[in-house]
Design a protein around this ligand. Structure first.
Ligand code: ADP
Length: 503
């Protein structure tokens, strides 16, 4: 791969359409900012409706192109596996690009990028496992069967928090099954997706199978969503934007897969090992500076251990090292976009005015070396209630509200009292209680005595306003293929259509 932080720095990055790197029609480029300094570090092309249309046309042509359409399943799987190898070879470079663009810790991005190849390899195996069914029907000399086939051109709109990881869980199966793709990465973090496009080219995918258009959401993203040439939209981002996209996609009657916001409940019972559980709660909400859709931001603690738990949590939170993401000693880096700082300040202040108390954090760090970056201290809010504004809305930052409970039943109803339904967690040694929670909680993922433990072999997805559809696992095969029913009459005779036989 030619790209690296050093070659991207100060450069203009073009669009990737139909296997070529092209300038945007408008000639307009947009700045991308480094979250540790607030300064621009490269520019990306601002794709307009014409560029988007070119990309969708290229993807449609590639979908029909025998080079892709009639490639054997085995060879299609091999291409995805070749991509896995290239991602592995370039994992550390991709990690540096990602960190520079979104401010997540380099050590975390390295681990994430080095894990992606296994995910590509896993999904590459889907290429030759698209089985159909033979359907027994009440007719003699008839063969009735189903075939699974790719759906066509898939538009993928990705967020800024973990751009390549979020993309992999859908891009890998989508390609393995034989679809073609137009990706619109977040305008805050376009660099890593463009770098991946270079690897896709190197892997030998036919031109147009994957296209990348960069630009703003309401411009480039909107043009993509409204394009009549798309067969499906995969979106990961906020619930508000997801709602707009689903409504626009409905005009073309195409399906969507939506992974949206969350306000996940994290429950702690009195029988737990407090230190281990504190680590779990900290990892659940402060990892990646809280910029994960599954963040366990509403923490319900059994009243019998509330004081001890809060004390341990506050002590552990105080030891979290906020610092430059390239520094291996840092536990939390900056937030990816500056608007987040104002948003967190607003919500924390509203929590205080509604009666919550800041037990840790609650401000930007005062250290001089962090003064220019978009940093925010990990924040514990005690004396919170589930109806406070900061406990209702998704903050997408390192803020947790702690609520005591004494009745299991009341706790479950509070845990479910949210617009969202993405993830949930419970800590207890009582397995019956854990399973009661797993059965009753209205969330797409339940973690028991762990949190944020995701695997590409199992699927994830939200309920309620957290979206619909699943990413990851073998279930995802259904998301990117469609069923066709074929009926073959081998009787050699067509019966008289006007003779109706009653049974
Ligand atoms: P954020 O505001 O945190 O970036 P969004 O959910 O708005 O979160 O954005 C996620 C992705 O959706 C980004 O790639 C963004 O450019 C894109 N996007 C935003 N608004 C629209 C829209 N109206 N149509 C299509 N894509 C959009």
């Amino acid at each position: 791969m030619k790209r690296a932080v050093s070659t991207i720095e100060g450069s203009r990055q073009n669009l990737y359409i139909g296997g070529r790197w092209v300038e945007p029609h408008s000639g307009v480029y947009v700045k991308s900012f480094d979250p540790t300094t607030g300064m621009p570090w490269y520019e990306f092309g601002n794709a307009d409706a014409q560029d988007v249309s070119d990309a969708v046309d290229a993807a449609r042509a590639a979908f029909e192109n025998p080079q892709w359409r009639r490639i054997t399943q085995t060879d299609r799987g091999k291409l995805v596996r070749r991509l896995a190898e290239l991602v592995l070879e370039n994992a550390d470079v991709l990690a540096e690009i990602e960190t520079r663009d979104n401010g997540k810790l380099l050590k975390e991005m390295r681990a994430q990028m080095r894990a992606l190849p296994d995910s590509y390899t896993y999904f590459s195996g889907m290429a030759d496992k698209l089985l159909g069914e033979t359907v027994p029907v009440n007719k003699l000399d008839m063969l009735n069967f189903t075939m699974r086939e790719p759906i066509g051109v898939v538009g993928m709109i990705t967020p800024w928090n973990s751009p390549l990881m979020m993309l992999t869980g859908t891009l890998a199966p989508c390609l393995a099954i034989g679809n073609t793709v137009v990706i619109k990465p977040s305008e805050h973090t376009s660099a890593s997706t463009l770098a991946l496009a270079e690897l896709i080219e190197e892997a030998g995918f036919p031109a147009g199978v994957v296209n990348v258009v960069t630009g703003g959401g309401k411009t480039t993203g909107d043009a993509l969503v409204r394009h009549p040439g798309l067969s499906k939209i995969v979106f990961t981002g906020s619930t508000t934007t997801g709602r707009t996209i689903a409504a626009n996609a409905a005009q073309n009657l195409i399906p969507c897969q939506m992974e949206l916001g969350g306000k996940s409940p994290h429950v702690v019972f009195g029988d737990v090992d407090i230190d281990r559980t504190v680590n779990g709660v900290v990892a659940g909400v402060f990892a990646a500076a809280g910029q994960t859709c599954v963040a366990g931001s509403r923490c319900f603690v059994e009243a019998s251990i509330y004081d001890r738990f809060v004390e341990a949590l506050v002590e552990r939170t105080g030891r979290i090292m906020v610092g430059h993401p390239m520094n291996d000693a840092s536990d939390i880096g900056p937030l990816a976009i500056p608007e987040q700082i104002g948003k967190l300040k607003h919500y924390v202040a509203s929590g205080v005015s509604q009666g919550a108390r800041i037990a840790a954090g609650g401000k930007q760090p005062s250290r001089e070396d962090l003064a220019d970056g978009w940093y925010y201290e990990p924040t514990v809010m005690t004396e919170a209630t589930n109806d406070m504004t900061f406990m209702r809305d998704e903050l997408f930052g390192p803020v947790v509200g702690i609520v005591p409970f004494s009745s299991e039943e009341k706790m479950i109803s509070l845990a479910n009292d949210t617009r969202y339904g993405l993830a949930s967690g419970i800590w207890t040694k009582d397995i019956d209680r854990a399973m009661r929670f797993a059965n009753k909680v209205n969330a797409g993922t339940v973690w028991i005595n762990t949190y944020r433990s995701a695997a590409f072999m199992s699927s994830m997805g939200g309920f309620k306003e957290s979206g619909y559809g699943r990413r990851g696992g073998f279930d995802v095969m259904r998301e990117f293929s469609r069923v066709k029913n074929v009926v073959l009459d081998y009787s050699g005779a067509m019966q008289d259509p006007f003779v109706i036989r009653l049974r």
